[in-house]
Write a protein that binds this ligand. Structure first.
Ligand SMILES: NC(=O)c1ccc[n+]([C@@H]2O[C@H](COP(=O)([O-])OP(=O)(O)OC[C@H]3O[C@@H](n4cnc5c(N)ncnc54)[C@H](OP(=O)(O)O)[C@@H]3O)[C@@H](O)[C@H]2O)c1
Length: 335
């Protein structure tokens, strides 16, 4: 594909929101030795995409401008690097466009017609599953999986002792996967969401749901009086003092968006040997876990709920929607 141009959406400085996005024609990237070149069929947006644009992850991301954002994609392999063993042109795949190594020297590139992915964060997509369904999985699905299995110790084969789990913002990208995955384990799930999504979150398998704008919802009180062994905290702005009375004696809050104050609380809890813990979570993606999630989608045990689909030519609408923070499920962009 050397010398061929593609349509991409990029920004060239911090800030600017959806108005900062620019439509450009740039060369199709060439895969390195351990990379595959994909023709993108669907990309999914995550809050981290707008947080990077806002400068909240500087100086890690982006490394340089102009920057083509978005790391969750599904597509077809069109070319492989010389060291790639498991893929060939024509394979349908889902990938996370990062290397998550020490240097994070690869990140982004998904808002484009073509993108390069590391082989180790690329997995096959079965023909019966659509590109949009699997494109939602990398960041949101892997985060939900890691929080439940590693941080909360829930076994998704249903074995293990019963645990009471609270999932906040259960209608969002991470939350809607977390509810479904938690119910594969031996759990009782309480979930919070807005009034308009109460039935939706119940339909995902939650045992009880709380409207976060009601007094009981804001207090995170289980309607049936459960004390939570683990909280998968996907919302923001809730102090630890609200969680504490609702936790079981060894209960853990697994916080996906830890603020400085919450990190201080977490350190203090450790120093005082408190049994109730606040655990910050940072995603460490693994190809084998992404493959596991794709298989669950294929078997009908996990679904991606699509909030909305947007053409690449109108990526600004998708970008404004993810910034808005009110998606139900995943926002998808299709070239
Ligand atoms: N640490 C990590 O590695 C990691 C990885 C992935 C994600 N994250 C973070 O996790 C958070 C969630 O990500 P996401 O992709 O799930 O976001 P998202 O899809 O944008 O979440 C949107 C949903 O959250 C609901 N919501 C917002 N505030 C709420 C509250 N106080 N209580 C209950 N529901 C609430 C909204 O409902 P309404 O529309 O009804 O308000 C909406 O349905 C983000 O801050 C993200 O950056 C961190």
């Amino acid at each position: 594909m050397a010398g061929k141009l593609m349509h991409a959406v990029q920004y060239d400085c911090y800030g600017g929101g959806s108005a900062g996005l620019k439509h450009v024609e740039v060369p199709v990237p060439a895969p390195q030795k351990d990379e595959v070149l994909l023709k993108v069929e669907a990309a999914s947006l995550n809050p981290v995409d707008w947080k990077i644009q806002k400068g909240q992850l500087r100086p890690l991301f982006p490394r340089s401008f102009p920057f083509i954002p978005v790391i969750d994609v599904a597509g077809e392999v069109v070319e492989v690097g010389s060291g790639v063993k498991n893929f060939k042109a024509g394979d349908k795949v889902v990938a996370m466009l990062s290397n998550f190594g020490l240097l994070f020297d690869k990140w982004g590139g998904g808002l484009a017609e073509f993108a390069v992915a590391k082989e180790n964060l690329t997995v096959p997509r079965p023909p019966e599953v659509s590109a949009a369904e699997v494109a939602g999985l990398p960041i949101a699905g892997l985060t939900a999986h890691q929080a439940l299995t590693q941080s909360a110790g829930i076994k998704l084969d249903g074995s293990g002792p019963q645990k009471n789990v609270l999932i906040t913002a259960a209608s969002g990208g991470v939350g809607h996967y977390a509810v479904q995955l938690a119910k594969l384990g031996n759990t009782h799930v309480t979930a919070t969401c807005g009034a308009r999504n109460l039935d939706f979150v119940k339909s995902l398998g939650a045992d009880e749901v709380l409207d976060y704008k009601t007094p009981d919802g804001a207090a995170l009180k289980s309607p049936s009086g459960q004390k939570y062994d683990a909280v998968i905290h996907c919302a923001t702005g809730i102090p630890f003092s609200v969680f504490e009375p609702n936790l079981s004696p060894n209960g853990k809050v697994i916080d996906l968006t830890p603020s400085f104050g919450l990190l201080m609380t977490s350190a203090l809890k450790k120093l005082t040997f408190s049994k109730k813990q606040l655990v910050p979570l940072f995603i460490v993606p693994k190809g084998e876990n992404l493959d596991y999630l794709v298989q669950l989608v294929k078997e009908g045990k996990l679904k991606t709920v699509i909030d909305s689909k947007h053409p690449l030519s109108n990526a600004e609408d998708a970008w404004a929607k993810i910034i808005d923070g009110h998606a139900t499920g995943k926002i998808i962009v299709e070239p």
